[in-house]
Design a protein around this ligand. Structure first.
Ligand SMILES: *Cc1c(COP(=O)(O)O)cnc(C)c1O
Length: 551
């Protein structure tokens, strides 16, 4: 029985023999002598990770990345095909299914400009359906516009919609798919990570006429790597993938995507997305007070669509201030689209709109640190008390680092994926190094920073910590522990942690601890360190607390 995709696909695609890939490295034994693909045997003359294997052709559909994306989106690997960004997935679908001049594609306007571009490139027919005045998707109007269309192969629906930001109820997209069983409905979810709408991936995985597009460009910060995918029922995906070139995904992009999707990175991605969403709402409220702005559209993306009286004039004026925003006179004439940026970028935007800013930029840092033993990502914000999320794999150590952040009064998101099945040593030490590096980075020029100490009793135990963020690492630890471990945490690691912190922060740290109970003593050290840090990092004016003028 032929699948829906086979019936809808261009006859050339159905007849096409799969590309005979000589360099299919996936099937080569690791020690095979590879003389089959006319590759250059010598690595390229570049430094760093690129040098590793880029002289060889990449796997056409890298299995590890496919598994990681399938896990991320909650589908099976054969439900997805990796493409060079979601752009390439759009092109792939149109080339696989649309005969020039004969077949048609329906899109909404205003929406993402790539749909129309690739339809024209293929010479297919374009049916444009305007969103209503408030940019809502009107399913009945959409069905009305395509009714009687014999060769409607694809219908693209973008949710949240670019550039207007509105989310489209997934039930309406399913209604379109139900009403058009001989058309592949493509839900473009490039921005769904920033919205509260549910994804259609589970539906796409089982419906032959529904495909979902995803990308790592927006939510995962990998626009330059060009990694996206199309998700659908395996037959649909297999037919569509025939339109791809033999090696669509460059090896360095695969490495970048895999590193970014590693479990240790997950919580920082979640926090970044939450932060962009919160910034979007805050900026929307502020911009709504600007005399220039008529309406700020509600948005489920990492951007806002502003309706203004003179969009073109505004875009030009912003450009002259060094701020680029998106203005498309033909598709969305009455508005400009602005992306949510960093604190400093957002502040510059608000200032350009004549909105008062009273926030001062937060001292933040993100550090990633990977070795063969541990993969760590840590984010700190010295000017926010939350979120605090620590996952080192060693529960007692999580508790200790959380004490540092809680008593230090700063936000810490730290995840470590380490070789704790061998020994907790690497994870404990490397987390301390990564955390110290992040703190040093967040403090940057150390303006307004004091030297400080704190003495803290905890039941019978007492700990004293002195800190000088001097730029000169030095650690002194006085204290003994009677037991070898607290849970999975070896007590002898405590002096080690403070040494690692002193080295990576460029700080003098003196710790003195006395008492009976090792749990109390250890906890008192970390709490006192947090307290001392709280005072040492507090901003007081912008004078440097050293006669040398530089720390
Ligand atoms: C940015 C964008 C894409 C393309 O993303 P890439 O993966 O970078 O090609 C697809 N769809 C929409 C709606 C977009 O805005």
């Amino acid at each position: 029985m032929t699948s829906l995709a086979e019936r809808l696909a261009r006859p050339e695609i159905v007849a096409l023999e799969p590309f005979d890939i000589a360099a299919n490295n996936a099937f080569a034994a690791p020690d095979a002598i590879k003389l089959d693909a006319n590759e250059n045997p010598y690595p390229p003359l570049v430094e760093g990770p690129l040098a590793r294997s880029v002289n060889r052709y990449p796997e056409p559909q890298p299995a590890k990345l496919k598994a990681a994306l399938a896990a991320l989106y909650g589908v099976q690997p054969d439900n997805l095909v990796i493409t060079r960004g979601a752009d390439d997935a759009i092109d792939m679908l149109i080339r696989a299914f649309c005969r020039p001049s004969v077949d048609a594609v329906a899109i909404c306007t205003p929406s993402f400009s790539a749909y129309g571009h690739f339809v024209r490139l293929q010479g297919a027919r374009l049916i444009e359906v305007r969103l209503n005045d408030s940019f809502d998707f009107d399913a009945d109007a959409f069905l009305g516009a395509v009714s009687g269309e014999e060769n409607l192969k694809l219908a693209f629906i973008c949710t949240p919609n670019n550039p207007t930001g509105n989310e489209i109820d997934p039930a309406l997209i399913l209604k379109i798919a139900d009403a058009l069983p001989e058309t592949i409905v493509v839900a473009d979810e490039a921005y769904l990570d920033f919205s509260d709408t549910t994804s259609l991936t589970p539906e796409a995985a089982r419906r032959p006429n529904l495909v979902v597009l995803k990308t790592l460009s927006k939510a995962f910060g990998l626009a330059g790597a060009r990694v996206g995918c199309a998700i659908g029922e395996p037959d649909t995906i297999a037919i569509a993938a025939r339109a791809l070139p033999p090696y669509p995904i460059p090896g360095p992009s695969v490495d970048a995507a895999l590193a970014s999707l590693a479990p240790s990175r997950r919580s920082i991605h979640v926090e970044r997305i939450a932060r962009i969403k919160a910034d979007r709402e805050r900026i929307a409220q502020r911009l709504a007070t600007s005399a220039i702005v008529r309406t700020v559209r509600p948005s489920g993306g990492n951007f806002l669509f502003l309706q203004v009286d003179d969009a073109e004039g505004l875009a030009h004026r912003l450009r002259s201030l060094g701020i680029r925003v998106r203005f498309r006179p033909n598709a969305a004439p009455g508005g400009v689209r602005v992306t949510i940026g960093t604190d400093a970028e957002n502040d510059a935007l608000l200032r350009a709109f004549g909105v008062d800013i009273e926030t001062s930029p937060h001292r933040v840092a993100e550090v990633v640190r990977d070795t063969r033993e541990t993969q760590i990502a840590v984010a700190v914000d010295l000017d926010a008390a939350s979120p605090r999320k620590v996952d080192t794999g060693i529960p007692f150590y999580d508790h200790m680092l959380d004490q540092v952040a809680a008593h230090g009064g700063f936000s810490m998101v730290l995840t470590c994926d380490g070789d704790i099945e061998i020994d907790p040593h690497h994870s404990i030490e490397d987390c301390a190094i990564a955390l110290g590096t992040a703190l040093a980075k967040a403090l940057s020029d150390k303006r307004g920073i004091r030297r400080f100490g704190f003495k803290l009793p905890m039941d019978e135990a007492e700990a004293e910590v002195l800190i000088d963020l001097s730029g000169r690492p030095y650690c002194r630890f006085e204290g003994e522990f009677a037991s070898t471990a607290i849970g999975d945490y070896p007590t002898q690691m405590t002096p080690h942690v403070f040494r690692s912190l002193a080295d990576s922060m460029g700080a003098a740290i003196h710790v003195k601890v006395e008492g009976e109970n090792d749990h109390h003593k250890t906890e008192a050290c970390f709490k006192a360190f947090g307290r001392a840090l709280r005072d040492a990092i507090r901003c007081e004016g912008d004078g440097l607390p050293s006669t040398k003028g530089v720390l």
